[in-house]
Design a protein around this ligand. Sequence first.
Ligand code: B12
Length: 318
Amino acid sequence: MTPFTPQQLSSWGVADWGYTELLEPQSIDHLKTWVARGDAASISYMQDHRLELRTQIPDHLLAGGQSALVFLFPYYTKLWQTSHSKLNISAMAVGFGGEDYHFPIKQQLDQIALQIKNTHPTINYRACVDTAPLMERDLAFRAGLGFFGKNSMLISRRAGSFTIIGSLLLDQKLDLRIRTSDRDHCGHCRRCVDACPTNAINSDRTINSNRCISYYTTHLFSEADPPDGLVKGEFLYGCDLCQLACPWNRTETTDPKDKLPGPENQTLHNFFFQRPVSEVVAELQTMSNRRFRRIFAQTSLERVGRLGVLKNLIQVDE
Ligand code: B12
């Protein structure tokens, strides 16, 4: 059975997909060692009761869960350059037209689920992207979609690593082939490790969040000491340095005209990238939190908030 046509996959923005049964994750030891070492920093959802949930067969997320369809959603990766400053923003924040990727991907997953229901009317599903206590890279690995890079990214030989993983957990098994898991294709390459200015990449293919620019810029909502090597005012939100260095990301897999500009991207571009950072900072300092949330609603910046963004740009005196 092949449930999707190439046309459908392309209209949903899917670069690759795979199928797997719901089994215990293979990377539990990696996860537990990582948390025990303190590498989750202050990310509570990785350490509280949800840690145990992540290590279980993910049928707690869907009653009677048996299998999963896992999808790779690629995004546009050309980072915005500015003539005014060195400011940049991660590709995931602008690669979906500027919209926070959780919204469009959840929508696409629901579309795909409708298609499955045509042939399996009694099937129940749960769409997961990022936020559920689910080891998504582990699931994608099991579904044969790629391998774990030294930078811990799930790297697809077809689509690279600039992808978001979206899954449909299903309460039935489908008559689909399960691909064999991919083997390591990093070899002796260490470009991602060498490209990280804050030395955040551990030797066991995990990330020390305390040192990671992505963590600092996306998960801390008020002033905090930056990791050594991070220059404030250069990373507005997220970081892609370890991915940009990766040879598996040499080819752009998405068509730029499909992804840009988008109304949210226009807002981000006009506010942050059309003038010197000092002017941006001055406006943010006098703006209310409420107004910030209104302007940046539906973008990735909404969650990190005004103070969180300000601390990425300058030292904030509280
Ligand atoms: C917490 C988190 C973060 C943290 C910690 C990152 C980390 N690497 O752990 C921070 C805030 C730093 C972060 C940053 C980013 N994140 Co993040 N993040 C997550 C989250 C919620 C959990 C990840 C996790 O479990 N970490 C714990 C470590 C131990 O597990 P892991 O990352 O899966 O790593 C696996 C490998 O190390 C593997 N492994 C390595 N070697 C071997 C060998 C064997 C034999 C086996 C079996 C396993 C194995 O074991 C681990 C467990 O599977 C997931 C969503 C989810 N629900 O899973 C998104 C997720 C990993 N993030 C994602 C993205 C896009 C990013 C950023 C690129 C965003 C950005 N541009 O700034 C960066 C990339 C940084 C990086 N190099 O990882 C995507 C990654 C997609 C992909 N293709 O891999 C995910 C999957 C979200 C999604 N739905 O797409 N993230």
